[in-house]
Write a protein that binds this ligand. Structure first.
Ligand code: HPA
Length: 271
């Protein structure tokens, strides 16, 4: 892996958080921010202090790394991600994912908000991603040297981590679906024809993130678990029209449940 921003990031982290050794990293997507409140012994480092981390500015909050504990487990949360639709590039999270792998993390949990393509999966429910469609056909590994770039994507979404997640959901009495996530570049939502196309291709949910991070994580040797919070039905499946505000308010409503599930899941994962 070539990336000369990683060493400066590691040095900054070693200075600001010398005794932190997280084995698990979690990217918080839209609707998952409530999770940050569950972190004990929190220590924050803004992305602006970490070269190689993206510059994100959602609603005035710059991104940050949040070190701490959830139950017995030492974690680092990535509060804020950059999407490919912001720059046209799929490698925005490259420095971040590689820094976390070098820091000793074994697994990356990715969270997002997504539209449901399946009438039986309703807004407010969760879906574990078991596979994806990279529809923009963009890769964060373009230009990467060496044979390691030919990453096996066969079990990109770790079956053992998924099995643990399903048990954790059952214990907390939550319904969790599994399915295929279709990555669309965005930032516009899909048309009804695109939604029908995605359904025909075998996708169960659609969103604008996560897939580049999964590819980066597998390339860096991290195991991946990814969870979508379904905030709406795909465009044209129901009468209401889509907006970012609708997505956020649906996410807000389910935020407590989603965070509770994630906390119990994080405690249960065997790394
Ligand atoms: N499409 C794409 N991305 C999304 C959606 C959607 O319907 N909902 C939340 N993120």
């Amino acid at each position: 892996m070539t990336d000369d921003t990683i060493e400066p990031c590691l040095r900054r982290i070693a200075h600001a958080a010398p005794d932190r050794r997280p084995e698990l990293a979690v990217v918080l997507g839209s609707g998952w921010n409530a999770m940050a409140e569950q972190v004990q012994a929190p220590l924050r480092i803004p992305y602006t202090e970490l070269p190689g981390f993206p510059h994100v500015g959602v609603d005035g909050h710059a991104g940050s790394l949040l070190f701490g504990h959830i139950g017995e487990r030492e974690v680092v949360l990535l509060c804020g991600r950059q999407h490919a639709y912001e720059t046209g590039r799929a490698d925005a999270m490259k420095g971040a994912v590689r820094t976390l792998a070098k820091l000793g993390c074994k697994a990356l949990v990715l969270t997002n908000a997504a539209g449901s393509l399946d009438a039986s999966m309703r807004p407010g429910e969760l879906m574990l991603i078991n596979d994806h469609l990279n529809l923009p056909q963009q890769s964060p590994l373009v230009g990467e040297p060496g044979s390691a770039r030919f990453v096996d994507m066969g079990d990109a979404y770790d079956p053992r981590l998924r099995a643990t997640a399903i048990q954790a959901a059952a214990r907390s009495g939550l319904k969790v679906h599994q399915g295929v996530y279709a990555w669309m570049l965005g930032p516009q939502f899909e048309t009804p024809a695109e939604i029908r196309m995605l359904q025909g291709m075998g996708a169960h949910a659609v969103g604008m993130s996560t897939v580049p991070e999964t590819i980066l994580a597998r390339h860096a040797g991290l195991r991946v678990l990814a969870v979508s919070l379904l905030t709406n039905m795909g465009c044209g499946m129901e009468k209401e029209s889509l907006s970012h505000a609708l997505t956020l308010s649906a996410a807000q409503e389910a935020a407590g449940r989603a965070a509770g599930f994630l906390a119990s899941l994080i405690a249960a994962l065997e790394l």
